[in-house]
Design a binder for this molecule. Structure first.
Ligand SMILES: Cc1ncc(COP(=O)(O)O)c(C=O)c1O
Length: 379
């Protein structure tokens, strides 16, 4: 048999999948391992998608997405993200995941390096590998409040470094970066002439601190903004996101997109227009629900004396179980699933710095969340 490509073989399997598959075989599981919002999708979004199918809106769209959607996105960026774009900077993608992949495809050649957060979303490691590029983790530690340290980033730069990836609000940590830190990261990128990919898919879920878009501070056109409708509108299966690029690369994007998916599913794009232009009260209600869940969960963890990172955004809890896991959090998570019937994501699924920690999704119902936390071992 011919051999598969080295790039494909080097993509690490997801560390959450094993727990997910084990959980699927068991009964009475409280499933907190996957980042799936549980709230129903707003009716007007579903109606717009259904209407599009019924009206036979089933043909290819422009590679970048339909004009109606790109206009709605540009208006949203002006209103909520506080920056202006020209139409050819906005590109509709198959979720935030494909926006990430496109941003990396446009900036990384084989052997190039990309600085990624550790712990961080697994795709930050997987996508560069598929491109033959090298993900270089920058550790985020409890001592540093899980924020990037610019001096440490300076030390990780080599002649092959091309991109800095920033994720705020962050998955799995829930940390939200303030404007000073974001300016520091941009200055770092300018000093080393790097592109910056800013993953902002949790932009609407902050509790207190306001989300600041990196591109709104970007004076020299080096930021690729990654956005998604998946988390905001609980539309994870619709697969609509978008990439906002620096100027002057629309033709390159369109050619690359043509070679991968041509365009995003047309009815899903119509549903996305309704999501962006319609009533936003579902988003506010979802944020309130996550905030209440997180407050109740933090109060319980405080009571139990279990260490965790208090999230300022996203909808996850990052919890220290190092007092119980005997140095192997993956094995511990499997045992916890079987014995306590709770599925959690082991921290190492997000990078080596996640050893000793777990991630719990707080986007579901409050009762099961608190029941699950009550089953955690106390220090
Ligand atoms: C940080 C981050 N970026 C991107 C994504 C991709 O989301 P989607 O492809 O569903 O839009 C996720 C999903 O969990 C995420 O957590």
């Amino acid at each position: 048999m011919p051999r598969l490509s080295e790039n494909a073989l080097s993509v690490p399997p997801s560390g959450i999948r094993r727990i997910f598959e084990m959980a699927a075989e068991l009964d009475d599981i409280i499933a907190l391992s996957v980042g799936e919002p549980e709230l129903p999708v707003a009716r007007h979004i579903l109606d717009a998608g259904a209407q599009a199918w019924n009206d036979d809106v089933t043909h290819y769209t422009p590679n970048d997405g339909i004009a109606l959607l790109r206009t709605a996105i540009a208006a949203k960026l002006r209103r909520d993200n506080h920056y202006l774009v020209s139409g050819d900077q906005v590109h509709v993608t198959a979720g935030g995941a494909q926006a990430l992949h496109m941003a990396m495809s446009l900036t990384l050649a084989p052997g190039d390096e990309i600085l990624i957060p550790d712990p961080g979303y697994a795709t930050f490691t997987m996508a560069p590998r598929l491109l033959g590029a090298v993900p270089v983790p920058y550790p985020l530690t409890p001592d540093g409040g899980f924020e990037p340290d610019v001096e440490q980033l300076d030390r990780l730069v080599t002649p092959r470094t091309r991109v800095l990836l920033v994720n705020s609000p962050s998955n799995p940590l829930g940390v939200v970066y303030g404007p000073d830190l974001l300016r520091g990261l941009l200055a770092f990128a300018a000093r080393h002439d790097l592109w910056v990919i800013s993953d902002e898919v949790y932009e609407y879920f902050t509790f207190g601190a306001r989300h600041v878009s990196l591109a709104s501070l970007d004076a020299d056109d080096r930021v690729f903004g990654v956005y998604s409708l998946s988390k905001t509108y609980a539309l994870t299966g619709a697969r609509v996101g978008y990439l906002v690029t620096p100027t002057g690369i629309a033709n390159t994007f369109r050619a690359a997109q043509e070679s991968i998916v041509s365009c995003v599913n047309a009815p899903a794009q119509m549903a996305a227009v309704a999501a962006l232009e319609g009533d936003q009260s579902h988003v506010t209600a979802a944020r309130e629900r996550y905030r209440r869940n997180i407050e109740a969960a933090c109060a319980l963890l405080d009571e139990l004396g279990i260490r965790y990172q208090r999230p300022g955004g996203a909808f996850y809890l990052w919890i220290d179980v190092s007092h119980a896991d005997e140095g192997n959090v993956s094995a511990w998570a499997e045992k916890f699933l079987v014995e306590q019937r709770v599925a959690v994501a082991p921290g190492v699924a997000f990078g080596a710095a996640g050893e000793g920690w777990i991630r719990i999704c707080a986007a579901g119902k409050t009762g099961p969340l608190l029941t699950a936390l009550g089953r955690l071992p106390r220090p």
